[in-house]
Design a protein around this ligand. Structure first.
Ligand code: SAH
Ligand code: SF4
Ligand code: F3S
Length: 441
């Protein structure tokens, strides 16, 4: 009889890709993917703990499975990822949801098959959390789910310890993959017909190949020199390490998208210092200036936190000023969320919730008006999107241009996975609407 798996993913792109690795392991055990959670024989929650609401989201969804599990006793429920990587949270999960069969962390994802076999052989829950041993696992099976886009890890972990952030505690120290392995993986994906490759790392600028010492700029240069009709993206760049050389590499290669995510977090130097970001707002503006000099049409996107401990009205005004100055193509805005175990969790002067709320509303409004303005710039112009799906509701195909804008369009032929040149006739928020001018590939 066929056995099915269903994976629920929370958090960043890194986690989305990690779920593709979990799917690969489950497929190797003989499971097939299914869309409906009720039909699954194994459900895996791949969790995130970057902010409290990410945790609550997972807790809510896991809790909802209690009834299903009671009705379907042989169903295996596994919870993994960043949330249980914190031992205390793993214990809490087990206490709160005793019906969960397997709990594992970020560093032992590769052992999930063993844990499933172990669980099948016994009644008790299998709870395994391991510390980071600094190793880089290669050759895991992957069941990719985002054709024509493919994610490729170039490094794991983070050494930056931004004072608000839990990532270094749940992903371990920074370690890079060997450049040969990364390049081989990309070559394989291009051979399979993938059209967009996104290189992943918490801080891609500090990539350093353990073999040969290749750095990030070299890696980008090498990959974008490979044959084939494809686009290359990367995330995330830390502003402290963003260099003129990187801007030059982006400018030199058409295949590298003119789109850079450069999280600023705050416009106040006092707050940036307390955040341990290691740059000032003027350092950041200088980097933006360099980037725009070499790549004039570059779409710059960012992340901003409001309500960091001690953030005064004046600090917030400086964030607003910076957003007004930089002309971001879009921005993710977050209310600071206290993460136990981080340095900021011990800082005094918490910002009252209603103040953070007011600030984020103001910021969202500003960011949205800028986003709309950016979208409007495409109207009347041509832009190439990579078709990545069909929107049933709208009855339109959709695809992203190199600047990250989603374009919707009608097509009689199936253009999934193809580069489509659109003439944009309408913009709505972050979305563009257009007509096909040309289909490539
Ligand atoms: N490595 C990336 C992304 C890390 S997490 C980077 O350095 O930018 C993605 C974003 O979540 C961060 O950029 C930050 O804006 C936000 N974030 C992280 N911890 C947070 C916290 N405790 N509260 C609110 N937002 C947070
Ligand atoms: Fe977190 Fe900072 Fe590392 Fe990004 S660079 S993952 S924000 S500690
Ligand atoms: Fe990503 Fe969330 Fe972990 S943002 S690294 S899944 S804490």
């Amino acid at each position: 009889m066929k056995q099915y798996f269903h994976i629920v993913t929370y958090g960043c792109q890194m986690n989305v890709h990690e779920s593709e690795k979990i799917a690969g392991l489950l497929a190797r055990l003989g499971y097939e993917s299914c869309d409906k959670i009720e039909e699954a024989d194994i459900v895996v929650f791949n969790t995130c703990c970057i902010r409290e609401n990410a945790e609550n989201h997972a807790y809510g969804n896991i809790g909802m499975l209690k009834k299903l599990k009671a009705a379907k006793r042989n169903m295996i429920i596994a919870v993994g990822g960043c949330l249980p990587q914190q031992i205390k949270k793993a214990e809490e999960l087990h206490e709160k949801f005793p019906f969960v069969d397997i709990i594992f962390g970020t560093h032992n994802l590769g052992k999930l098959e063993d844990y499933i076999l172990e669980k099948r052989a016994r009644k008790k829950a299998v709870i395994k959390i391991e510390e980071c041993d600094g190793s880089v696992i290669e050759g895991e099976p992957k069941l990719r789910t985002s054709y024509p886009n493919a994610w490729v890890n170039i490094m794991y972990g983070c050494n930056n310890f931004c004072s608000y952030c839990i990532v270094p505690y749940v992903r371990g120290r920074e370690r890079s993959r060997c450049c040969e392995n990364v390049i081989e993986e990309v070559k394989g994906l291009l051979n399979e017909g993938y059209k967009e490759i996104t290189l992943l790392g918490q801080n891609v600028n500090s990539y350093l190949s353990p073999t040969g010492g290749m750095k990030f700029n070299g890696l980008l240069d090498k990959i974008s020199s490979l044959d084939g009709d494809f686009r290359l993206r990367f995330m995330t760049s830390h502003p402290k390490d963003f260099s003129r050389e990187l801007a030059e590499v982006i400018a030199a290669h058409d295949k590298i998208c003119n789109c850079v995510h450069l999280p600023v977090q705050s416009g106040s130097d006092r707050i940036l210092k307390a955040m341990n970001r290691k740059y000032t707002s003027s350092d950041y503006l200088k980097k933006v200036e360099i980037l725009k000099k070499y790549v004039p049409d570059c779409a710059i996107t960012t992340d901003i936190i409001v309500g960091f401990p001690g953030e005064s009205e004046e600090d917030f005004r400086q964030t607003v000023k910076l957003v007004e100055e930089v002309d971001f193509a879009s921005a993710f805005t977050f209310v600071y969320s206290k993460r136990e175990g981080t340095k900021a969790a011990t800082m005094p002067d918490a910002v009252p919730e209603e103040v953070s709320k007011r600030r984020i509303m103001e910021l969202i409004e500003l960011v949205n008006s800028r986003t709309r303005e950016h979208s409007a710039r495409f109207v009347g112009k041509n832009t190439v999107v990579l078709c990545e799906g069909y929107d049933e509701k709208k009855g339109l195909y959709l695809g992203r241009n190199e600047y990250g804008r989603m374009g919707y369009f009608e097509s009689k032929e199936d253009v999934f996975g193809k580069f489509v040149d659109l003439k944009i006739n309408k913009a709505n928020g972050i979305s563009l609407y257009g007509d096909i001018v040309n289909v490539r590939g």
